[in-house]
Design a protein around this ligand. Sequence first.
Ligand SMILES: *Cc1c(COP(=O)(O)O)cnc(C)c1O
Length: 849
Amino acid sequence: MRAIRRLMVRTVLPEPLAALGDLVTNLRWSWHQPTQELFSAVEPRLWAEVGHDPVRLLGEVRPERLAELAADPAFLGLVRAAHDDLQQYLTEARWYQDHDGRAPRGVAYFSPEFGITHVLPQYSGGLGILAGDHLKAASDLGVPIIGVGLLYRHGYFVQSLSREGWQQERYPVVDPDNLPLVRLREPDGKPAHITVGMPGGRVLTAAVWVAQVGRVPLLLLDSYIDDNGPAERDVTDRLYGGSREHRLLQEMLLGVGGVRAVRAYCRITGAAAPEVFHTNEGHAGFLGLERIRELVEERGLTYEAALEFTRAGTVFTTHTPVPAGIDRFPLDLVEQHFGGDNASPGLPVEQILALGTEDYEGGDRSVFNMAVMGLRLASRANGVSTLHGEVSRGMFAGLWASFDQREVPIGSITNGVHAPTWVAPEILRLEEKAIAGGGWKAATATVSDADLWSTKRALRARLVESARTRLRYSWHGRGAGEAELGWIDDVLDPGILTIGFARRVPSYKRLTLMLRDAGRLKALLLHPERPVQFVIAGKAHPADDGGKRMIQEMVRFADDPEIRHRIVFLPDYGIGMAQALYPGCDVWLNNPLRPYEACGTSGMKAALNAGLNLSIRDGWWDEWSDGVNGWDIPSAEGVDDPSYRDELEATALYELLENEIGPRFYDVDGDDIPRRWVEQLRHTLTTLGPKVQATRMVRDYVEQLYTPAADSSRSLNSDFDGAVSLADWKEQVRAAWPLVRVDHVETTTVDTFERGQTLQVHAFVTLGTLTPSDVSVQVVHGPVDDGDNLREPAVTPMTMSERQDDGGYRFDGEVPLDRTGAFGYTVRVVPKHPLLSDDSELGLAALPE
Ligand SMILES: *Cc1c(COP(=O)(O)O)cnc(C)c1O
């Protein structure tokens, strides 16, 4: 029988335990070991049974036990101490409070997914985990961020396996009343609702839930409410499911609804209005449209001025170098949703379409590209590793066709990971000493080789235990009876070199590369003196049969009785499993097709847990691999035949395992300690430790993007006159540009050039209706290749020297010849204005004919 309605009956905590409720609803517990220990003390067995979920713990604990605890002075003391500690964390001045006074008063951070804790399954992979770590690190640093996302009622799926090893998906209902969330309410107590218009006169209404992530509120919009019809209710049903239209509606709710939720939150709580909006991946890009609409309809700006103001305060981060990973919609679908009866008076649909159209060489004019819109709506953009920045500049070069690829205004900030979330307590203690100011070298020097190695062994043993439990559970699901499963007691061995591989399963990550020569892998697993063992996990997107086939191939390989004690596939990779996996691994394997891994963060988490990386030089590893902190698998990039490329890279992988990694790991001294290995671990902790932190990443965002964006937006904001004049100036420049040209260039004439000389350059330019102050005339120079193309061009500005009789101008410049070899130069004119964030902002440049 089905119930017609479901209610949540919440536990009422006895008065002396009231503080426990605050500790549960602030998600800081998810990275604060002492608070977790307090929850465990409520009832250790139950804490394990409820999967370390404090809301369930308090929901299921017997009232008698609560009464007992309420009368236990020792327990009450612990509650008070934890509560005081949380209050201090929430209120004390942190890094941001005595940082740069120009930093923004508030930042809104929009992302389609957030991975905060295993009890909030609102993420599918790296993007969500990164967003979660961004908020946590912002909280630790005191950065006033408001997170904005959607509450998916079925989250992402739970993965299990069929008997044959085929991925099965289950979507359990996520009930917000059972989660550590608080409903946003109006001052009169009514739930705060926001609405977004839809085509056909329909209205999408959403409730707003607040997940408190330490000091940072995360607003989650939820369309599953009675005010909506069934179709609207389903908008937030699941992450990355459904049709194009469904996806578009989700993104409208996230972007447009998200800004409205931020406004409601600030109005109700008095929080400072964000000065900077951060679009984390293209999916959230519609937030810019809503901000433009507000300025046009509520502040009376023109569309152009509103665009300038919005751009100035927007930061866009792109996360994928895989062309298929870019979010694109049919143009007419977007037109249908933002035009017709759903058009906003201040936001003509033609303008919206223009923002996302790929109207450049090689683009497809029938699609609306969310990344292209993201770039056009943001004054500052970045990729997530140095290599990814470079690849992104190439990928979007068409938008700045008149400029060199290096000048494409997309920078990079390399991702980081939140150590307190991902590092085993034993190792975290060490790192906290370093972070607290002791320095990484000194902190790691306080632990002996023997202690570091025995800690690592203990972590490996813990992983072995948890892998056996998960494997047994998986086999029950695959239909095996307990009598068949005795072998699981001997699966994996705490003394064997343990390699981890876990991540989503898109094809570029090549889950099955290691199976290329199954015989060779088997020999490594069963090596008589130097065996290796693998722990593997990953979810394929539900619509990706190719990914599911890879999983099946892996599972079938691991099912083989001859090797199943040395290689396991564990279903349902997620935060909970990851937290046990990284600490227990000696080596973290990553073998993507270079350069498709934008950054990758799992290897960073492994490194912080005293693990070594074995990886293709892609993403972050391309930047920070140093020959001691792990091993590079040589990439056969450029080999066109994909199968041959796989073969080359797989062979290199086997050889490294066989000849370098195995021998190093098992090279132990009389105390049974592999000294050189331990030395590599120490080196990894001291050198990577400070770099891979999410706090380093968030500081970089604050200093390199948020503060300059806040600055720009303030300079446009005295009654928006800056925005108005910038918009007018841009319009004038665009209109005048066809007449701007470089007529003629003269240089010093000598017979031979020698290093150390200076080249005098004179350029004669026509500016039409523009004046010399509207432009920058530049010598672009550097070494040239055989085709006279400038490699690594440098830019030297020229100065105006005289007006010519024909109305043109002469500009002069000097270029030092500081290198020998083939050298070339050209001259160009680009628009110049103090409020432009970059020379290439308008995409305009005039070069000699
Ligand atoms: C860290 C993490 C990821 C990201 O892994 P990549 O290295 O970016 O592939 C994905 N899922 C979970 C659960 C993680 O913890």
